[in-house]
Design a binder for this molecule. Structure first.
Ligand code: CDP
Ligand code: CDP
Length: 218
């Protein structure tokens, strides 16, 4: 069965997935699907509704009535039940909550359905944690992007500072280490390279160099 080009990009936080996926999608004229934004949207809704993060049944129930929409125009707007949450989901508070709700099977089942629907619309570059291993196992190109923990934390810290968030590098580093641990140790679709993924370590490398490598593979 034929399908349009699918590029799966997985890896830990701050590896450069979304930056690179966006550019690759533009160059190849594919949709860009940020699956992390979907999990962040659920974390946002859970916190907003005052549901305890540990309440798995409550969270799984909430997901069923939550509408998450990714707008694929250049601005990449994220909508949750009609609210524009593009900026709000980049908050450190959401980053701390998201890996807890992302471990719940009800949450993953629903979001994976949505992600596969997105891929059915046409060629995609999709980034996340389980795209090559679970969401799009038939993807044409699978990339596992990584970088040293220090560099990943520093990248995210600079981003947060530039958007006016007052947070220390040590705190960002600690949050990120914890989230990576939660993502790799969870039971359902943990973060791990697909057996057929190309592993790219981006430590000390520019965005452009990585983009060119992926375009060459595609
Ligand atoms: O951009 P960053 O790497 O900080 O994270 P993200 O891609 O926005 O993903 C946020 C969180 O969502 C991750 O830490 C995972 O807990 C979860 N996630 C997931 O479980 N599966 C995916 N396919 C994408 C994200
Ligand atoms: O999506 P993910 O969490 O994997 O990473 P990102 O949000 O795309 O990248 C985090 C930051 O690192 C961004 O500000 C990128 O511009 C920067 N970056 C970099 O400096 N060098 C790279 N090779 C890749 C990303």
């Amino acid at each position: 069965q034929q399908h349009e080009l699918q590029i799966a990009i997985d890896g830990p936080a701050g590896a450069g997935k979304s930056t690179i996926a966006k550019i690759v999608a533009q160059r190849l004229n594919l949709f860009y699907v940020d699956t992390g934004a979907m999990y962040r949207a659920i974390a946002y809704k859970v916190l907003k509704n005052g549901i305890p993060l540990e309440d798995e049944l409550g969270v799984n129930e909430l997901v069923k009535t939550t509408e998450v929409v990714l707008d694929h125009s250049k601005e990449q707007t994220v909508w949750c039940d009609g609210e524009n949450i593009t900026q709000a989901i980049r908050n450190p508070e959401i980053s701390r909550a998201v890996s807890i709700v992302a471990a719940y099977s009800g949450v993953r089942k629903r979001l994976v359905e949505l992600q596969r629907l997105e891929a059915a619309r046409g060629g995609v570059v999709m980034d996340g944690r389980d795209i090559g291993t679970h969401v799009l196992p038939e993807a044409d190109v699978k990339i596992y992007l990584t970088a040293s923990p220090e560099e990943r934390s520093r990248r995210r810290w600079i981003e947060l500072k530039n958007s006016g968030k007052d947070i220390s590098l040590a705190e960002v580093h600690q949050d990120m280490q914890k989230r990576d641990r939660q993502d790799t140790e969870r039971e359902v679709s943990p973060l791990e390279p697909a057996p057929d993924a190309v592993i790219l370590d981006t430590t000390g490398l520019s965005v452009e160099v990585i983009v060119e490598k992926i375009l060459a593979l595609a």
